[in-house]
Design a protein around this ligand. Structure first.
Ligand SMILES: O=c1ccn([C@@H]2O[C@H](COP(=O)(O)O)[C@@H](O)[C@H]2O)c(=O)[nH]1
Length: 235
């Protein structure tokens, strides 16, 4: 039995500089087609009131604040995120075992609880970036090690790139881990600052349970139709 809120296959990343721009796109989206991701930029501009209002309109909301701090601080932040009624909350797995356990204790599993997942290695990063921060093992091994730690701490899943999605199914002992993959680029789109990318269809085939798509939608001439087309392509 799933012990968290249901997850949509597509989260549209509302990476906008103000609430009005986000609302303009949201008005054209259907909660049956996609969830909405609120990240650091929009949350810092528009705050919890916007998040509550998106939840009230029936959208599954991924509050992508990637908490990474001492265990007590992360636990309190996770509790505050959960109180907003969101469907998905995340922390950085590299915060360590005690931090992950504190996050889990703050959001106990339950059918009306948000899924709690951990970021492994950001999709913008390459193996060379890991070397820069003192990680010398292969990137795939680092993702798997952080996913294992997250699983041992009882988290519901991970954020990784679609290239690592298949491997996550053997790392997690839970039967249906939540595997969220940003770094999604429809064929022919600009990579921007992403390094480990796949198309929406490939990511779902590789085992992602939810994909996250931002700029390929928000920078399109007709963002709503691109969002609808991506939702259709992975249905
Ligand atoms: O590893 C990660 C974790 C989070 N993100 C977030 O997803 C979106 C992706 O946006 P695009 O415009 O589609 O690149 C963005 O909000 C990131 O903060 C990620 O990309 N990678």
């Amino acid at each position: 039995m799933r012990m968290h809120r249901a997850q949509p296959s597509l989260y549209v990343a509302l990476d906008f500089p103000d609430r009005a721009a986000a609302e303009n796109l949201v008005a054209q989206l259907d909660p049956a087609d996609c969830g909405l991701k609120v990240g650091k930029e929009l949350f810092t501009r528009a705050g919890p009131e916007l998040v509550r209002s998106l939840v009230d309109r029936g959208f599954a909301v991924f509050l992508d604040l990637k908490f990474h701090d001492i265990p007590h601080t992360v636990a309190q932040a996770c509790r505050a995120a959960s109180d907003l009624g969101v469907s998905l909350v995340n922390v950085h797995a590299s915060g360590g075992r005690a931090m992950l356990a504190a996050a889990r204790a703050a959001i106990p599993p339950g059918t009306d609880a948000p899924a709690l997942i951990a970021v492994t290695v950001l999709t913008s990063m390459t193996e060379a970036d890991l070397v820069d921060i003192g990680v010398n093992r292969p990137l795939a091994d680092q993702v798997s090690a952080l996913a294992r730690l997250s699983c041992e701490a009882g988290l519901d899943g991970v954020v990784c790139s679609a290239w690592e999605a298949t491997a996550m199914r053997s790392v997690f002992v839970q039967p249906d881990p939540v595997i969220v993959t940003p770094g999604i680029r429809p064929a022919g789109s600009a990579l921007d600052d992403q390094s480990r990318v796949m198309t929406p269809e490939e990511a779902i085939q590789a085992g992602a349970t939810s994909i996250v798509v931002g700029r390929p939608i928000t920078r399109a001439q007709d963002p709503a139709s691109v969002a609808h087309e991506i939702a259709r392509s992975i249905r």
